[in-house]
Ligand binder design. Structure first.
Ligand code: F6R
Length: 631
């Protein structure tokens, strides 16, 4: 995620800000920049690694003992020098660094442009600079910031400086963390404490709705509506590594635990208040004339993204009534695929750099397909290659095993599916003229998407106990850590979960694990089952789906009859499969196509715990790279 650093004190700001940026590098970023005030505002930005910014700063050193800096993880607009923070107003008086997403920036941008403000970037952040400019004409910096923030919808952590008040820095928080470091005559601001730690351990944590006004010798903390508040100065007791991982021992665990927030970020801005429309740029203006209808949908992806794509193909075929298939990009590009006229291909990739997915999309395009993407990394190769799509906004995924990207991909596919249903009903109605999704069903799905982050939190709280180590997942891991084979079974939407659960286990614990469709069990894998074989049966179900709970009950019977040791993932209160299982993991009810989000989480945690108990580093599994940019 983006990183913020600020300094106001007696020393040169530049080296302190640069050091701070380096300490935030672990969070992932694509560009960086810095602004200081000496005689006027000094600004330098660069795309790529901090060393590139550092080289720039060697060429033209930034003077001043007050400054702000930022590492950007692109969300609005590609990673370019222009889009990198800090952003400035029309006159170059104000500089701002921002973390978060401003949801109503389009409206504000239009209004400010009408008032004569000159926009230079594609970012949402720039509207804040212009809003502050507007109010700063006849108000102090802090008053102008307050007035500007009152107009914003969305999440932010911001830090602002102004040449009009060159010994003042204002920072405010609503949804994106900010911490203030306090020394004798020096102040530091950062989006996480690792940037501050070399200088001071005395900090003030801002809460949502709070701001701080720093001067040369003092500071004041207020609410966003200007009521003074007394904030306690706290002592940091953590070391650097713990801060980078927010106190978690591994990035993988951190990324699993932060899924409620990642999913919220994926959903942000898409579901309309009426609950019967979704908004996304790629469908706003329709497809080009050459694509008057959609005859088929091809989802192209690799690994975990392919498992998410499989879920997507099931939900799309069900609702859109168009053939939808999910293909392993690595295979698709090396056979002789037929792309029917008016095919829509959707590339799914966390990194946006997977060579096979990129190659498959290029081939599909060459064969006449119209391409969309579901990508996490903004401005990545795949994001640039496709005609449009959805970003996950899940934040950087640093652990090599993909976790939060999977749940966000399923959520993004569900949003896209709703959007496509509405779009197709207009341009390509079904023969019987029935809507693909009724308003009632649309509302049910969007309501369920909205409560999904809370349900994910319920799963995390119920199955995993970080402090005692006695959660059900930790108990199961202890029991099976020495086993060499695992089987994962599921039907329907639960089949891709079986694949994903097995993939997670094999890649980080090096245990051989097979994910299989339970319906195929009797065609082969049943021969594997004996008293030594743990079988994870994934059986949560949505009573409105025609999916055969009874059938998976029979599969569970077959496993039990052969002595297999059942670990069941079921709905809360299940009383059939639970009774056959040695271990039961319960999750809340949800719609069938969203079960993969909830049911995969315990399996991610199981793989993580087993890897830890086997003495392995889950963040760096052997032989694997985070982004597979070669074939
Ligand atoms: C599994 C994993 C890989 C990736 C695959 C595709 O945990 O990380 O299977 O999912 O290499 O990567 P992206 O999504 O970046 O295209």
């Amino acid at each position: 995620m983006c990183g913020i650093v600020g300094y106001l004190g007696t020393k040169d700001a530049m080296p302190i800000l640069l050091e701070g940026l380096k300490r935030l590098e672990y969070r992932g970023y694509d560009s960086a920049g810095m602004a200081t005030i000496s005689d006027g505002l000094n600004l330098t930005k660069a795309v790529g690694k901090i060393v590139i910014l550092e080289k720039e700063l060697k060429r033209r050193s930034l003077a001043g003992s007050i400054g702000i800096a930022h590492t950007r993880w692109a969300t609005h607009g590609e990673p370019t020098i222009i889009n990198a923070h800090p952003h400035v107003d029309c006159e170059g008086v104000i500089a701002i660094a921002h973390n978060g997403i401003i949801e109503n920036y389009r409206t504000l941008r239009t209004l400010l442009k009408r008032e004569g403000h000159n926009f230079k970037t594609e970012t949402d952040t720039e509207v804040i600079a212009h809003l502050i400019e507007k109010y700063h004409e006849d108000a102090s910096l802090e008053d102008a910031v307050q007035k500007a923030l009152a107009q914003l919808k969305g999440a932010y952590g911001i830090v602002v400086i102004s040449t009009k008040e060159s010994r003042k820095m204002v920072a405010a928080r609503n949804g994106s963390p900010l911490v203030v470091g306090v020394l004798d005559k020096e102040f530091f601001i950062a989006s996480d404490a690792s940037a501050i730690l070399p200088y001071t351990r005395d900090v003030i944590y801002l809460n949502d709705g709070e701001m701080v006004i720093l001067n040369s010798h003092s500071y004041r903390t207020t609410t966003l509506d200007n009521k003074d508040i007394n904030k306690e100065v706290e002592k940091i007791t953590w070391d650097l590594e713990m801060i980078e991982k927010s106190g978690y021992p591994h990035f993988m665990l951190k990324e699993i635990i932060e899924q409620p927030q990642s999913i919220k970020n994926t959903l942000r801005g898409h579901i309309q208040p009426d609950g019967i429309e979704v908004k996304m740029n790629c469908l706003q203006n329709g497809f080009p004339k050459a694509m008057p209808k959609i005859s088929a949908i091809k989802l192209l992806a690799c690994g975990t993204s392919w498992n998410a794509g499989l879920v997507g193909s099931f939900m799309m075929e069900k609702i859109l009534r168009i053939p939808a298939t999910c293909e392993q990009a690595s295979e698709f590009r090396y056979r002789w695929p037929v792309i029917q006229p008016h095919t829509l291909s959707i590339g799914i990739s966390q990194s946006g750099e997977t060579a096979d997915t990129k190659g498959a999309l290029e081939l599909a395009k060459k064969l006449g397909s119209y391409n969309l993407g579901i990508v996490n990394v903004v401005g990545s190769s795949i994001a640039r290659l496709v005609e449009g799509g959805l970003y996950l906004h899940a934040g950087p995924e640093i652990g090599v095993a993909s976790t939060k990207a999977f749940s966000c991909q399923v959520v993004a596919l569900s949003i896209l599916n709703l959007g496509l249903a509405r779009y197709l009903d207009k341009v390509q109605p079904l023969e019987n003229k029935e809507p693909r999704v009724t308003d009632k069903d649309f509302k049910r799905i969007s309501n369920e998407l909205i409560v999904l982050p809370d349900k994910v939190q319920q799963v995390l709280d119920a199955v995993y106990d970080k402090d005692s180590g006695q959660g059900i997942i930790q108990q199961i891991a202890k029991e099976f850590k020495g086993i060499n084979n695992f089987l994962y079974l599921g039907r329907g939407y639960n089949y891709p979960i079986a694949l994903e659960g097995a993939l997670k286990l094999k890649e980080i614990s090096y245990i051989h694990a097979e994910g299989y469709s339970a319906s195929e069990m009797k065609h082969g894998p049943i021969a594997l089952i004996d008293k030594n074989m743990p079988v994870v049966i994934i059986a949560p179900h949505d009573s409105e789906e025609p999916i055969s709970y009874d059938k998976i009950v029979s599969n569970a019977e077959e496993v039990r009859a052969r002595g297999g040791r059942i670990i069941a993932v079921v709905n809360n209160g299940d009383d059939v499969i639970s009774k056959m299982a040695e271990w039961v993991i319960e999750i809340p009810n949800t719609l069938a196509h969203l079960v993969p989000v909830l049911a995969t989480i315990p399996l991610q945690l199981l793989a993580y715990e087993i890897a830890i108990m086997r003495g392995l580093d889950p963040d760096k599994p052997r032989n694997l790279a985070k982004s597979v940019t070669v074939e």
